[in-house]
Design a protein around this ligand. Sequence first.
Ligand code: SF4
Ligand code: SF4
Length: 362
Amino acid sequence: MLYRVIDASELPALVSAFMKDYEVVAPVPSGQSYTFEAVDSFDSIALDYPTTITSLKKYLLPPVETLFTFDAKQNEVTDFSVEVVPRVLFGVHACDINALNSLDIVFKDARYPDPYYQARRDKTLIVGISCTPSETCFCHLFNADEARFGYDLFLHDIGDKYLVSIGSVEAANILEAACNVREATDEERIAFHNATRRHKESFNPDIPDVQDIAMLMDAFHEDPFWEELGGRCLSCTACSSVCPTCYCFDIRDTLDPDGDTGRRERVWDACTSPQFALVAGGHNFRDESAIRVQHRMYHKLNGFLANHDRMLCVGCGRCVQACKAHISPIEVLKFFDEKGRASGLVNDPESNSENREEVACD
Ligand code: SF4
Ligand code: SF4
């Protein structure tokens, strides 16, 4: 990885340079919180934000997207086309970069890539920025607190300067042209190291690190916990809407009033919706909220891991804040932390240390 240093005062010049050829999307204040929006000046950007209400997935997977139009009378279907805006996603936290990396696995790097997603992704630059974890952040538990790839630049805050990790030639050229880029000194590398250590130490210690969460979920698949947790669900689908890695969608054909022309659309869907698993004939194979919530948690903390060797949940904490029924992966982690220890399937570090002390006393 190539590292360079720029002064923090040079960020406006960098954003202006991007604006010449790209739409710049960045975090901006929105009421008491923050959202990602297209900006037209550096001054409207809030880089010191905890997290945004919604994620960046809408820029690659729009909530409603026309896949093609048709004319039934003429028996015609339009060729695939998608109008792609070259875009920079600026000021993205590591968890959200890891979320986009997971979407890439599904839509870009799969055996059958999704051309709509791919067209947008190919025209998107990502500029990451270091963050300060909030109470509901737990990305570190799923190795998502650091972005090892999937960005063009990553800005590590080291005081009044940024150590910049460079991930693409395209972004490096823009950086070089806009800023006084220089090699990192030993002092600046030490400052980066210290900032990384402080970041790792600042996560909420009350959210347990459960190493074998997938195994425990399988072992206690039938536990009444799931009924209690999911029974509270209001089926509002807020969790899926705000989640950066929920990507389920529905396909619908919409006819124009003439009855001949229309369009096929892809729309966001959610496995917590009562209609999600409703099939022809009226059968619903996940007709209870408890089963739906359990299914969602399995996808986030178990199934994707088995298939892709990474958690689908990146611990961004958005669903923790969005769910009015207080259902979240944190509740699942806390339950299985206790369950694992009580069942003896997971070592209890506290009882181990007590045992060690007893042995020492003997
Ligand atoms: S888990 Fe919470 S946010 Fe998700 S659908 Fe149920 S009530 Fe809504
Ligand atoms: S499940 Fe919740 S915490 Fe995990 S990535 Fe989705 S919104 Fe973030």
